[in-house]
Write a new protein. Structure first.
Length: 88
């Protein structure tokens, strides 16, 4: 092997060791999980006693997404208008 190959290996070795350490940490925590149920009783823990269902206000979330889309379209059209649009 040439000297250049050894230099590249030595430069990448610390990053490979860090990546291996992180991988083993994640695998260790996943392997340590218990297969038995956690013991929480029914329903969605984020809603107060309603059982499974929607949490929060989905209507306002949909309106916010639509508003973001409209603002993006408006800003795009404004940008095209200010910069002269397409140029041939």
């Amino acid at each position: 092997m040439s000297a250049g190959v050894w230099i590249r290996i030595h430069r990448r070795l610390p990053m490979a060791l860090i990546a291996m350490g992180l991988f083993l940490t994640v695998v260790g925590s996943v392997a340590a999980a218990s297969p038995s149920p956690s013991g929480s009783i029914g329903g969605d823990p984020r809603s107060p006693g309603q059982g499974p269902g929607l949490v929060g206000d989905p209507g306002s979330a949909i309106l916010v997404v639509i508003a973001i889309g409209l603002v993006a379209v408006g800003l795009t059209l404004l940008w095209l208008k200010l910069t002269g649009g397409r140029r041939g």
